[in-house]
Design a protein around this ligand. Structure first.
Ligand code: AHG
Ligand code: MN
Ligand code: MN
Length: 336
């Protein structure tokens, strides 16, 4: 495989890019850059486990269920432990919130120094792990709002709306391993070059196509979607809608990555089984919604902007309509 160093383009690693972003903020202390670097390291380790899953004994379930009531896959647990270990000791991380842990993980003895909260879905798309379909990692970073020791009030500090995020990103472990992140200054994308193990800049300031003739939903549950969603899906199949395609991978992070690059809309409506939606607000919907908006897209729960939702609980679920502005607005027009 030719390393990315062979093309004539400048080679910028994610570390250098984050550093450049940091210099653009005169008050930046470099702590956020360090955090993003630690997350990048964790995703490289996860990537190595994903790539070797069939060889290393990391496939299959652990036999325990998580707070979501889902069977935890071995790779979920390994990915979770990896992120905690890569972030855990650093004293600027006060609290970690993971899909796999019931309660917030409070870093000990950080006092007011532990100013960041890192929220993550260590491995998204777990049902696809054993069948070699793209999966990913999603993360969101916020700042604690008080300087009381995090052990005193971890939960209330984590329940902040998505507009408070200071950084968000995802990694797709697919045919190649791609990371996208934002710190509020556009969306930038990197591809892992396995020949030397670095994420190299491949796209800067990504703009999501304003429309896209693709919708992404699990139509098996269509019969229990609220009426408006069913009307939208009927419309999308009519001639005057133009030729929509249905693409559904079943890993949110992969379905979103395609939507970010090609346009279209991802939907996970309320269902009989999940009347409040299936996807989690804090570490799935918020980070991807901010990335979508930073790329000119939109994200709603069917009634309001995802990023303005005030979370009531750590693992709160939400309906999610995410993608090109025009396509999201079109879905919403059927929900009135
Ligand atoms: P996770 O593996 O982190 O629990 O997330 C799975 C989610 C999301 O990735 C995907 O969009 C959705 O579950 C698929 O749900 P259905 O199988 O109900 O379609
Ligand atoms: Mn997930
Ligand atoms: Mn997960």
């Amino acid at each position: 495989m030719e390393p990315s160093t062979t093309s004539g383009k400048p080679i910028i690693t994610i570390g250098q890019h984050i550093q450049t972003e940091q210099w653009a903020h005169p008050t930046a202390t470099g702590e956020l850059s360090w955090l993003l670097g630690a997350i990048t390291l964790a995703t490289k380790i996860i990537e190595s486990n994903v790539r070797n899953a069939g060889i290393r004994d990391v496939l299959g379930a652990t036999g325990v269920s998580n707070v979501q009531g889902e069977l935890v896959q071995k790779l979920d647990q390994i990915s979770n432990d990896t992120i905690v270990r890569c972030l855990g000791y650093y004293d600027n991380v006060g609290i970690m919130v993971s899909e796999e842990d019931d309660e917030p993980i409070v870093a000990k003895d950080v006092g007011e120094k532990g100013k960041y909260i890192v929220l993550f879905d260590p491995l998204d798309g777990s049902s696809n792990i054993d069948v070699n379909v793209s999966i990913g990692t999603i993360f969101s970073i916020m700042q604690r709002r008080s300087d009381t020791p995090p052990s005193d009030a971890p939960l209330s500090e984590c329940l902040q709306p998505g507009i408070n995020q200071v950084a968000a990103g995802y990694v797709v472990y697919g045919s190649s391993t791609v990371m996208a992140y934002t710190t509020g200054n556009g969306v930038h994308m990197f591809t892992l070059d396995p020949s030397f193990g670095a994420f190299v800049l491949t796209r800067e300031n990504i703009q999501m196509p304003p429309e896209g003739k693709m919708y992404s939903v699990n139509e098996a549950y269509r019969g229990t979607f609220p009426e408006g969603y069913q009307r939208y899906l009927e419309w999308a199949k009519t001639k005057d809608a133009g030729t929509y395609s249905l693409r559904y991978i079943g890993s949110l992070v992969a379905d979103f990555h395609r939507t970010l690059l090609r346009g279209g809309v991802f939907l996970y409506p309320p269902t009989a089984q999940a009347p409040g939606g299936k996807l989690r607000l804090l570490y799935e919907a918020n980070p991807l919604s901010w990335i979508a908006e930073q790329a000119g897209g939109a994200a709603s729960d069917g009634r309001r902007r995802i990023l303005e939702k005030q979370p009531e609980s750590l693992h709160q679920r939400t309906p999610l309509i995410l993608g090109s502005k025009t396509e999201v607005e079109r879905v919403l027009s059927f929900l009135d």
